[in-house]
Design a protein around this ligand. Structure first.
Ligand code: IMP
Length: 198
């Protein structure tokens, strides 16, 4: 049985205001107040693990250690089948220091070349860590195929080259509400809320 979250406060182990707002909205119905790692001046740990879940757990535990409060962290990325799962946990790093995803998408396309298998998935791992060391983790995936050239400006990151299964449009062309209802992040959050908050 997953552990129920009965605490009043939760640290979001992120410095991204968009993520913090979204997670705050999600747990508010359960009477949980969220504080961000930025508000508490917590340092961002180096992501040294080799899996999405490993990095999410590492980030959540670092925030617990720095705050003494329970903490939630996520880690996500694009895994391309023909590239053995790359860029995977390195998805943000493929965009370089300028965080240029036009560059990152081109790198993916160049690496794929004329590979027949263009399947890929977005993965999102969530880790919820308590001060006594207990951790619950969840993973959501959305499967699809890569297209070229990039299309659509509604999303972020690798969205313009990812067509989810069952659709003809990329995540970059999809209305954000639609994407947010079916994304890897939405699926991971739904699992966590059902298991620990509801
Ligand atoms: P994180 O903040 O370490 O989890 O980095 C995740 C990276 O994966 C982001 O910088 C994006 O490049 C990519 N990524 C994750 N989720 C999405 C998505 O929904 N659309 C497009 N790119 C994503």
């Amino acid at each position: 049985m997953p552990r129920h979250f009965a605490e009043k406060r939760l640290v979001i182990a992120s410095h991204n205001p968009g993520k913090i707002r979204e997670i705050g909205d999600l747990v508010r119905p359960f009477d949980v107040e969220v504080v961000s790692a930025g508000d508490l001046n917590l340092p961002e740990p180096e992501e040294t693990e080799t899996t999405f879940v490993g990095n999410a757990v590492l980030k959540a535990q670092a925030a617990v250690e720095g705050s003494g409060l329970p903490a939630l962290a996520d880690d996500s990325g694009l895994a391309v089948t023909a590239l053995g799962g790359d860029p995977g946990i390195y998805s943000a790093r493929w965009a370089g220091p300028a965080k240029d995803f036009a560059v990152a998408m081109k790198k993916v396309q160049d690496a794929l070349g004329d590979a027949e298998d263009r399947s890929a998935k977005f993965v999102c791992a969530l880790a919820l860590a308590w001060p006594d060391g207990h951790v619950e983790s969840f993973e959501g995936e959305v499967h699809g195929a890569l297209s070229w050239p990039p299309r659509g400006a509604k999303g972020f990151g690798y969205d313009p080259i990812f067509i989810p299964d069952g659709f003809q449009i990329t995540f970059g062309e999809m209305e954000p509400e639609k994407k947010h209802g079916m994304s890897h992040r939405a699926l991971a959050f739904r699992q966590m809320v059902d298991a620990c908050f509801a």
